[in-house]
Design a protein around this ligand. Structure first.
Ligand code: SME
Length: 212
């Protein structure tokens, strides 16, 4: 099957849960044995975005999903601004950087420093929990990358403790957040609980399919 066809959605009426189950299965095949996070996140963003646009609740006009992508903790980027992995510790977080995405250009840098962190992505990352925002204008600190976005769903990418070979220190809860998966929608209350559950399952698959 051509890679692009993985973003096709079954014809006929399907539920949101069936939709997310379908995307999950497609993603397993699309990722295959690849472990490089840039490659996997790029294809995951494209698959999710294009599948959503092919699914009637999200694919048309005022209800469309308008952005799908990743923000990843700065320590995972080979950037002089960021310390190497040996300095990665969630007790001294610094920033999230824009990762692979589909949609219009978005902010590249989200501050995580204490007292400066704000926005849906920073909150989801620091709390290590999903954040479903029915109305972005009512969310304190929301960062508006696109003024036409009305609602948002952000899911953290969570790994179990990674102490050892990769040098990432233990965290008190035994979990490490590496970044977030962010979805934006042009409609108010665009996302529902089923979408959150579907995205969380997909985020787990993506996180554990990559070497960090
Ligand atoms: N709205 C996000 C910023 C990222 S853009 O939506 C792509 C936030 O508040 O963190």
């Amino acid at each position: 099957m051509p890679h692009a066809d993985s973003a096709l959605v079954p014809e006929g009426t399907i539920t949101r849960q069936q939709f997310w189950d379908h995307v999950y299965e497609q993603l397993i095949h699309l990722l295959g044995d690849e472990r490089a996070w840039v490659s996997n996140l790029a294809n995951a963003a494209s698959l999710i975005y294009n599948s959503l646009l092919a699914f009637p609740p999200f694919g048309s006009g005022d209800n469309a999903v308008n952005w799908c992508g990743f923000y990843i903790h700065s320590s995972y980027f080979p950037n002089p601004r960021n310390p190497p992995h040996t300095d990665h510790t969630l007790s001294h977080p610094d920033s999230l950087l824009l990762g692979p995405f589909c949609g219009k250009p978005a902010c590249q840098f989200i501050n995580l420093a204490p007292s400066q962190a704000r926005g849906v992505c920073a909150d989801a990352f620091l709390r290590k929990s999903s954040t479903l925002v029915p109305d972005v204008e009512a969310y304190p600190g929301h960062i508006a990358c696109d003024g036409s976005t009305k609602s948002e769903l952000v899911v953290p990418l969570i790994l179990g403790n990674l102490s050892g070979a990769n040098q990432i220190p233990d965290t008190p809860d035994g979990l490490t957040a590496v970044g977030v998966l962010d979805l934006d929608c042009l409609a108010l209350s665009g996302f529902q609980e089923e979408d959150r559950l579907g995205m969380e399952k997909i985020a787990r698959l993506i996180t554990h399919s990559c070497d960090w």
